[in-house]
Write a protein that binds this ligand. Structure first.
Ligand SMILES: C[S@@+](CC[C@H](N)C(=O)[O-])C[C@H]1O[C@@H](n2cnc3c(N)ncnc32)[C@H](O)[C@@H]1O
Length: 608
């Protein structure tokens, strides 16, 4: 398209606005131009300029052109899934209260959309409650379409509606079917231009489907701002399938993005509210926001501490009254670069901390800065430098606040003294703690030693117990042996006591161990007089020396049995021949004793 054709088209649009009061300037150019070109071609006209001329001489052409531009395509429950969601999710929430329910079908065309909404709410509420509570405003810029909505539909046009619903909600009127008169009372049809007219307000549900798509982003933004204002805080917005809310996403939040059901974001930031109100053309509300901003401004101005604000470029944006007084900054300096002003370096260098805060985006504080007041008095300030960061993360400026801490100075000294006392107390505690620690360690060592001694004692005890057990068993053994020895002794005594021969038993050292009755009788010494004495030392009538060789014979490994007849003197002084038989006990190498048998020989035996 040539530039000339473009200009001709713009002039044509302006003409429509000025001559017929219909403003198409907010419509997307491409489709608008396409539709006008279509009509122009139908008439066989080549240029927009020629068509412009044609319109001027044919006033009826306006209606035809409007019908060409305003596309009226619609149907009952268009995009059924979206209407199902509306019915199942949102209608129950909307009817849950008890008050009036206000619905606006904007760009309703021939009314199918508005009647669809009426049917949903009537189904949910029942007829009586529907009539009592529900108001449906159905508007369009196209009067012709609205007339059709009022006049009703042909049977063909109702074909897309569920037959049961058609039966319940429409009645014959000649050739046409109109919405039941009883229910129709709650519905108002009227002409409304979305680009120009004030919105219908206090809405619970705003249905504007397949209409915004015809407008430029800017016009959509303005319309959506009005919609935001028109909806109750808990109201819902129902858009067409192709409508994305790209321009004003901050104003609405999706309930279901796919079906284009949204709810209003009730608490907008002041800036957005101002923008919305400015866009929606609501001067009163807009003024109220402006007043709020002024209140904020005055609050800063009247803050009880000096405050200086610079923007991201370092331009002084504000210096409140205490700041202007303290630093002698005239109001006229606001708007100038801070670095050019004396306050940026005198009485304190602000440029360095501001630069740092701008770079690091972290607040910083300059402590105990002395500043002289105009009257010459001095005060101590803590200077807080804070970055101002916007919601989108961008740094928009820096605020410098001066807090007078003069009265805190001696408090600080006290705090410092207390801090030092605390510190020394802390150090003392630390020392005591270490001493205790060492005492604990010593105790632990002693404890370990005791523990090991205890373990040793435990071991000894166990060993003693085991020795004890051994001794007991030895003791038992010994007792058995003693019994055995006693038994044998008794046996021995029984034997030695009852034989007619003198008998003596000598141990390995030839000491007398046994001395029987016959020996006592023969030699005149009792058993208790000789037991334990050396046989060779006995003072009896037996010539022991003569017997020595035989008795000791066993010690040299000689024969273990010897026999000798010696002449002896009995205790009665009678000379006898006595046969002495010696038996060495044990083996030859180590004899353990000797058994002596002593027998008085009869005379005839001694002679032999
Ligand atoms: C495609 S129809 C949509 C009808 C219905 N909302 C639907 O989705 O089935 C678009 C409607 O927007 C209307 N329209 C266009 N510009 C308008 C304006 N400035 N103000 C109000 N309605 C407008 C047209 O007249 C047309 O009826």
């Amino acid at each position: 398209m040539t530039l000339e054709a473009g200009n001709d088209f713009e002039r044509l649009i302006e003409y429509l606005r000025d001559a017929r009061g219909f403003d198409f300037t907010g419509y997307k150019r491409a489709s608008l131009m396409r539709r006008v070109a279509h009509r122009r071609t139908e008439l066989g006209i080549d240029t927009f300029r020629a068509y412009h001329d044609y319109l001027q001489v044919h006033p009826d052409e306006f209606v035809t052109l409007f019908n060409k531009i305003l596309i009226n395509v619609t149907e009952f429950f268009r995009d059924p899934a979206a209407w199902d969601l509306l019915r199942d999710e949102l209608v129950p929430r909307i009817v849950a209260g008890s008050g009036e329910i206000r619905i606006w079908s904007a760009g309703t065309s021939s009314g199918e959309e508005a009647y669809s909404a009426a049917i949903l709410f009537c189904e949910a509420l029942g007829e009586a409650s529907f009539l009592d509570r529900v108001k449906i405003y159905a508007t369009d810029v196209d009067e012709e379409a609205l007339s059709k909505a009022r006049a009703g539909y042909s049977a063909k046009e109702l074909e897309s509606l569920d037959p049961e619903l058609r039966e319940r909600y429409f009645e014959h009127q000649g050739e046409r079917f109109v919405f039941r008169a009883a229910l129709r009372r709650g519905m108002i049809f009227g002409r409304h231009d979305l680009t120009q007219d004030a919105p219908i307000s206090r809405l619970d549900l705003l249905i504007c489907r397949n209409t915004l798509i015809y407008f430029t982003a800017e016009t959509q933004g303005r319309i959506l701002a009005r919609f935001h204002y028109a909806l109750n805080d808990d109201g819902y917005l129902f858009l067409g399938r192709a409508e994305m809310l790209l321009t004003n996403a901050a104003l609405f939040t999706p309930v279901d993005m796919k079906e284009r059901l949204f709810t209003k974001v009730a608490r907008l930031q002041l800036r957005e509210r101002l923008m919305v109100l400015a866009q929606s053309g609501n001067a009163e509300a807009s003024n109220s926001i402006a007043r709020q901003l002024r209140v904020r401004e005055l609050a800063t101005e009247g803050a009880p501490f000096p405050q200086i604000v610079v923007d991201a470029m370092g331009v002084l944006v504000s210096a409140n009254q205490p700041a202007r007084e303290l630093f002698d900054v005239p109001q006229i300096d606001v708007g100038r670069a801070l670095k050019d002003l004396q306050v940026s370096y005198n009485p304190v260098d602000l440029r360095t901390p501001i630069d740092r805060v701008t770079r690091d985006r972290q607040p910083t504080t300059l402590h105990s800065v002395e500043i002289k007041h105009g009257d010459g008095t001095r005060a101590i300030f803590d200077v807080h430098v804070r970055p101002l960061i916007d919601e989108d993360g961008s740094l928009v400026g820096t605020a410098v606040n001066f807090f007078d801490v003069s009265h805190l100075t001696h408090l600080r000294a006290d705090v410092e003294r207390l801090r030092q006392e605390l510190q020394s107390g802390k150090e003392e505690l630390e020392t005591t703690n270490e001493e205790l620690q060492s005492a604990v360690e010593e105790l632990e060592t002693t404890n370990e030693e005791l523990q090991s001694t205890n373990e040793e004692l435990e071991t000894l005890n166990e060993e003693l117990e085991s020795t004890n057990a051994e001794l007991e068993s030895i003791n038992t053994d010994l007792r058995h042996r003693t019994d055995e020895v006693e038994r044998l002794n008794t046996l021995l005594l029984a034997i030695t006591g009852n034989i007619e021969l003198g008998a003596a038993v000598l141990d390995g050292s030839f000491r007398v161990q046994v001395w029987n009755e016959r020996a006592a009788d023969l030699w005149g010494v009792r058993s208790d007089e000789v037991l334990g004495s050396s046989f060779f030392d006995l003072d009896i009538g037996l010539p022991a020396d003569q017997l020595r060789a035989m008795i000791q014979a066993g010690t040299g490994g000689r024969p273990l049995r010897g026999e000798l007849v010696v002449v002896a003197t009995t205790r009665r002084g009678r000379q006898i021949h006595c046969r002495v038989i010696a038996h060495t006990l044990g083996n030859g190498e180590h004899p353990t004793g000797v058994v002596l048998v002593m027998e008085e020989l009869k005379p005839e035996e001694s002679r032999r």
